[in-house]
Ligand binder design. Structure first.
Ligand SMILES: [Zn+2]
Length: 273
């Protein structure tokens, strides 16, 4: 499942490649991905120009001129891949966008996903993106803001990190190493964290996510050019490493059930105080 690093890498590539291109045509093979009837979608999007592309959490935001946004969510997994007239298109795709210069991109959803078109004035009312929390890789998530988010929360720290309304973009993949680096058991209650633990957790979030961005994201996800990231299973500290020695103390890593998700922990470094 793509998380913040994979979406960030892709949005950055899209921004560089697509800026200034005019939308000439769209093919929709799975209308349920859209938030409006296909004819209305086509009529609205055709002729618009890509102004910029960025990401927030697991969403790609494409700003169109004039005054619209194309909001894409790749769901559990999807290939969103660029093409030029020289490329052979993938056999299967649910969505294809073609620019006036005959380049474009296709999206092949593996499970579900969204391609929503929203006017500038309605952006704040778009239910799925309007309440996204702070993005951890830009200035939005300052240490002060992080502290405020943690204040008065009663849940476990893992549930807090996975809630997209708090921080946007962390999922069950990267949260494993974030908690390990901060030496926190996933079930530790937010209210029991010391100042130092909060500080360590903030640093761990930035370190783990930025490290993956540097490597181009997960090796099982494709970027905008169909290339795989360099973040392989070997890069994880404890994630997906059941039975392997903890990189700090050599205690075997355990896979434990924590609420509705699984967690990979070092039982010694991440003891439940
Ligand atoms: Zn350990």
């Amino acid at each position: 499942m793509p998380e913040l690093p994979e979406i960030t890498v892709k949005a950055h590539q899209m921004d560089k490649r697509l800026k200034g291109k005019r939308i000439a045509n769209v093919e929709v093979r799975q209308p349920k991905n859209l938030n409006m009837p296909v004819p209305e979608f086509l009529k609205t999007v055709k002729g618009k120009i890509i102004n910029s592309v960025w990401s927030k959490g697991k969403w790609v935001f494409i700003r169109l001129d004039p005054a619209y946004y194309l909001l894409i969510n790749l769901g559990m997994n999807a290939d969103l891949i660029y093409f030029t007239p020289k490329h052979k298109l993938p056999e299967k795709y649910q969505f294809k966008l073609v620019f006036a210069d005959n380049t474009g991109f296709t999206i092949q959803f593996q499970w579900f996903g969204y391609v929503h078109l929203v006017s500038e004035k309605d952006l704040g009312k778009h239910k799925l993106t309007a309440h996204l929390g702070a993005s951890p890789i830009n200035e939005e998530l300052t240490p002060e803001h992080f502290e405020q988010l943690l204040a008065n929360k009663k849940m476990g720290i893992k549930s807090f990190l996975l809630d997209q309304k708090n921080i946007a973009g962390i999922g069950n993949v990267y949260v494993q190493d974030i908690l390990f680096k901060a030496k926190l058991h996933p079930n530790r209650k937010v209210s029991t964290l010391s100042e130092k633990e909060k500080d360590d957790l903030y640093k761990a979030i930035l370190e783990v996510l930025n490290n993956s961005i540097r490597l181009g994201g997960l090796a099982y996800e494709k970027d905008f050019y169909g290339r795989r990231g360099k973040f392989t299973i070997d890069e994880f500290l404890v994630g997906y490493k059941t039975g392997k020695p903890c990189p700090v103390c050599s205690t075997p890593i355990e896979k434990v059930r924590t609420g509705s998700t699984h967690s990979y922990i070092c039982p010694k470094c991440q003891s439940l105080k």
